[in-house]
Design a protein around this ligand. Structure first.
Ligand SMILES: Nc1ncnc2c1ncn2[C@@H]1O[C@H](COP(=O)(O)OP(=O)(O)OP(=O)(O)O)[C@@H](O)[C@H]1O
Ligand SMILES: [Mg+2]
Length: 328
């Protein structure tokens, strides 16, 4: 199983240290991604999606700390890598796309200069003309017209949607094996978002690039991903193929997310919200953290966090999964 996986994450734990102690924002996360696979990592605000993404790449700064677990990328444990080894991997074999493209783009450098740098840092012997041609091709691939002349523009000369396309082009430049994208289209309007999703999906499939797409939007997951991991309060509470999870959720939280989505509800019917609030780091329950909001909660749910249970290719953390509905 591991041999086929490009990335295998085991029991990842990331804490934030405060005066009251260390709080686990990521609490025993297991994930795996194959080459060319698109995994949607979905959950409400504060569930630990970004902290997971940053932890994988060794980008957690104090007061945060990765406390445990393995991050196997092609059988190399990234947690054992030096900062220099991680720098070599980032932007080459593994790329990250952030919500704000200005986290990738330097406002005072022309886009072409930044793209050239992204290639030459990792492959310094590339002839300049060849590198420039690759930059041009990458901009064209993500749907930026007049790529040759756009290389001479500064980031502020692009619209928000175009700027995000440039950041995506940079991520794709060195044909990485894995891209981690943290809500890169959330700030864009829906038509631009749909175009970008379609293009990224096409490029990843063409280049056999694996993609972890972090989002709070199950609609985006439905459009884009092969598999989905649903995160709640630092844990993956449900995992499986998008088709299976969205048609037969096993975890009450996933069901709640689906019921609160317009596109999964009959036209004209009222949307349902998940009652209550997602817990903050310091207010998390002892047992199942979803228990206070769960319509199926039972006293046993307060005792210990539900273990990860697997059925076929599905995984879930719940003592009372929606099995009858799933198999009905
Ligand atoms: N630098 C930090 N210091 C303290 N706590 C932090 C820090 N960064 C994140 N956290 C906490 O870790 C938890 C997970 O945060 P994270 O940013 O991963 O959530 P998220 O799922 O990405 O949410 P969103 O959808 O809002 O981006 C939250 O409770 C957050 O408050
Ligand atoms: Mg986030």
């Amino acid at each position: 199983m591991t041999a086929q996986n490009l990335l295998t994450v085991r029991d990842l734990q990331t804490a934030f240290h405060t005066e009251e102690g260390a709080w686990l924002a990521v609490d025993g996360v297991n994930l795996h991604v194959k080459r060319g696979e698109i995994l949607g990592l979905v959950g409400e605000s504060g569930s630990g999606k970004s902290v997971t993404g940053f932890s994988l790449l060794g980008l957690i700064d104090p007061p945060g700390e990765v406390m445990g677990g393995q991050v196997l990328f092609k059988d190399q444990d990234l947690r054992q890598c030096t900062e220099e080894q991680l720098r070599q991997l980032r932007g080459d074999r593994i790329a990250m796309i952030f919500q704000d493209p200005l986290m990738t783009l330097n406002p005072v450098l022309k886009v072409g200069e930044q793209m050239m740098e992204a290639i030459l840092t990792h492959y310094p012997k590339t002839p300049k003309a060849e590198a420039r041609q690759r930059c041009c091709n990458a901009l064209t691939q993500v749907g930026i017209p007049s790529a040759e002349s756009r290389l001479n523009n500064y980031p502020h000369e692009f619209s928000g949607g175009m700027r995000q396309r440039v950041a995506i082009a940079i991520a794709l430049l060195n044909q990485p094996d894995l891209i981690i994208a943290d809500e890169p289209t959330t700030a864009l309007d829906v038509t631009i978002q749909a175009q970008i999703l379609y293009e990224v999906q096409k490029l990843c499939k063409e280049q056999n690039t694996a993609l972890i797409w972090i989002t709070h939007d199950l609609g985006v997951v439905a459009e884009l991903a092969d598999n989905v991991a649903v995160m709640y309060a630092g844990r993956i509470v449900e995992y499986g193929s998008v088709t299976e999870v969205l048609s037969h959720p096993l975890h009450p939280y996933t069901q709640g997310l689906l019921n609160s989505m317009p596109s999964f509800t009959q036209p004209g019917s009222r949307l349902q919200q998940i009652e209550g609030m997602a817990p903050t780091l310091t207010s998390r329950e002892q047992g199942c953290t979803f228990r206070p909001r769960c319509a199926y909660a039972h006293p046993a749910c307060a005792e210990a966090p539900p273990p990860e249970t697997a059925i076929a290719n599905r995984q879930y953390r719940c003592y009372y999964p929606l099995l009858q509905e799933a198999t009905a």
